[in-house]
Design a protein around this ligand. Structure first.
Ligand code: SAM
Length: 218
């Protein structure tokens, strides 16, 4: 008797992720193309910690998708330090269903920026890649942004410095943070007047999303 095909960990992980953060068939197809590209590039460029590959869908894709519910009306997104594309490329894949939406991905490492461009191309997601330092880019930006995001890029007090001009012009900031969020908030409030909203990550672990609608220098 033929043995049943082994259930691959990634298929199981993908199913868990889609239960946690459901998406349309079209977005799922775009995310599949992104995952294929990421896995191919990961062999030659370190885009994510190799130990997290088996949980790619829950650890990285759901982690990114969960931001959408916190800014359901946002159409113009800006992701700081996109690296391998989290959350920026994932958001761009999901936002492709909204005409006129776009996600800008800011990354200062040329090889990662090249990967991000290829990811937007193969997925057909709506967005653009900016090869620049975040601070320089924000200084040069005049068009409005609805929501600014970042994951694993810099300590909170530095992210607040980057995001402040955008939040002061009406943007919301959503920063994915780990278990040290309280210490980061304590440090940040030495320099900034903020009224943070803390959302526990839906993907479990000790993650938090820091939502900010006001950032003013003390
Ligand atoms: C640890 S990686 C995280 C990447 C991605 N956000 C994620 O969560 O998988 C941090 C990324 O931010 C980029 N980065 C850090 N500081 C930056 C800056 N000032 N300007 C542009 N990119 C920056 C780095 O080049 C790197 O690709």
């Amino acid at each position: 008797m033929a043995k049943p095909a082994p259930v691959s960990i990634s298929a199981f992980d993908k199913a868990a992720a889609l239960k946690l953060t459901p998406v349309s068939r079209e977005t799922e197809a775009r995310l599949d193309r992104y995952v294929d590209l990421l896995v191919a590039w990961q062999a030659k460029t370190n885009l994510i910690a190799p130990s997290t590959l088996p949980q790619l869908w829950t650890r990285h894709i759901s982690d990114s998708l969960q931001l959408l519910d916190l800014a359901p009306n946002a159409r113009r997104w800006l992701d700081f330090g996109s690296g391998g594309g989290f959350p920026g490329v994932v958001l761009a894949c999901a936002m492709a269903e909204h005409p006129g939406a776009s996600v800008q991905l800011v990354e200062r490492i040329a090889k990662k920026a090249a990967f991000l461009r290829e990811a937007l191309r193969v997925t057909g997601a709506l967005g653009s890649v900016v090869l620049a330092d975040i601070g320089d880019y924000v200084d040069s930006l005049s068009e409005p942004v609805d929501c600014v995001t970042a994951r694993a890029v810099a300590p909170l007090h530095m992210l607040l410095g980057f995001a402040a001009p955008l939040v002061q012009r009406g943007a919301k900031a959503l920063f994915l943070k780990g278990q040290d969020v309280e210490a980061e908030l304590t440090e940040a409030t030495k320099y900034w007047n903020i009224e943070p909203l803390l959302h526990p990550s839906r993907t479990g672990g000790h993650g938090w999303i820091v939502e900010l609608n006001k950032i003013e220098r003390r």
